[in-house]
Design a protein around this ligand. Structure first.
Ligand SMILES: *[C@@H]1O[C@H](CO)[C@@H](O)[C@H](O)[C@H]1NC(C)=O
Ligand SMILES: *[C@@H]1O[C@H](CO)[C@@H](O)[C@H](O)[C@H]1NC(C)=O
Length: 306
């Protein structure tokens, strides 16, 4: 193929693509939600990302939210390289603010688990009636089992620091009403039921931010881990799609992979426009059926016109 003819084909190819793209709706799946970049397995709406995550993490009015049976939690950050999602709980206490919390729970079937960095501190617990204070070997009538105390004694400094915060110190609570609950394992119910635990609030953080003795600067919130699948490998079809500026999604009766391209077109592989533009002679072996059709059409038009 001559160089001149090649560029003509490409020009027509893009013309055809532009016309086709304008016929379909704009890109359904976005690659960001507010300030947060969105990549697989997350998505901004129905048909975007991975179907297993779609019902738990949603983008509404540019706000990314995690929903569990205990409430809705703003997603503050996603660390894609380490597969960690950070959320905040507006009802939790922090160094700046104490309030009555609702507690927190994960859905048992949600594709998330607590990250090891997450530390929960139960606040203002009843030292006489809370089950967390039962001594070793005590018998719990309700569950007919022997319970062991759940507070981590080595975490006591965390309680001291937290109770030294102005917002908490004003309540004048004895330090014994604080319980560091880690590693976080909410038991078979996956729920921290503060009513049952007889505590009025909790605080969660996932980093001391380099200053363990300065609770004002801790990173409050909850860190959750996620996995792509049982082998935890990134689907290569999705990686190729994202590399070509597409957003991974799913569709059809079997929720099969869809690459949602910037123009709104869906393909089963990648969006491919850039590689075509950059590597004119190498495009033939890489293109997909859909692209091939458009390309052939363009080529045919060139042959007819010149
Ligand atoms: C492309 O895929 C998205 C996500 O699955 C879907 O919502 C949209 O309707 C599809 N668009 C076209 C033109 O098929
Ligand atoms: C408690 O458990 C024991 C043995 O597991 C059982 O024999 C007993 O009947 C149980 N008691 C109640 C009140 O359920």
């Amino acid at each position: 193929m001559k160089v001149k003819q090649c560029s003509c084909v490409i020009l027509l190819y893009f013309l055809t693509l532009t016309i086709l793209s304008s016929l379909v709706a704009s890109q359904t799946c976005k690659n960001s939600c507010g300030q947060i970049p969105i990549k697989y397995p997350f998505g901004t709406g129905l048909g975007c990302g991975d179907p297993r995550f779609q019902q738990y993490v949603t983008c509404n009015q540019e706000k990314l939210t995690l929903t569990t049976h205990t409430g809705c939690y703003p997603v503050t950050n996603i660390e894609y390289s380490s597969q960690v999602i950070h959320i905040s709980d507006p009802s939790m206490s922090t160094c700046a603010c104490t309030q009555t919390s609702k507690g927190f729970g994960l859905d048992w079937d949600a594709p998330f688990s607590f990250h090891d960095d997450t530390v929960f501190t139960l606040l203002d617990c009843s030292t006489t009636s809370s089950p967390i204070y039962r001594t070793n070997g005590a018998y719990d009538v309700d569950s007919n089992t022997t319970v062991i105390p759940q507070c981590d004694r080595t975490g006591a400094p965390i309680c001291s620091f937290l109770y030294s915060c102005r917002a908490i110190s004003m309540l004048n609570l004895p330090i014994s009403t604080c319980c560091v609950y880690t590693p976080v394992d909410l038991g078979p119910s996956f729920e921290m039921d503060l009513q049952k635990l007889q505590c009025t609030s909790y605080s969660g953080f996932y980093s001391f931010n380099g200053q363990e003795s300065n609770p004002e600067n801790w990173k409050y919130g909850i860190a959750l881990k996620y996995k792509f699948n049982v082998y935890n490998d990134y689907p290569s079809s999705c990686a190729n799609c994202e590399r070509s500026n597409g957003v991974c999604g799913y569709g059809g009766a079997y929720d099969t992979f869809v690459c949602n391209c910037p123009g709104g077109l869906n393909t089963t592989s990648d969006c491919f426009f850039r590689s075509l533009y950059n590597h004119c002679p190498r495009l033939l072996p890489r293109h997909t059926a859909g692209n091939f059709l458009i390309f052939s059409l363009a080529y045919f038009m060139v042959r007819v016109l010149f």
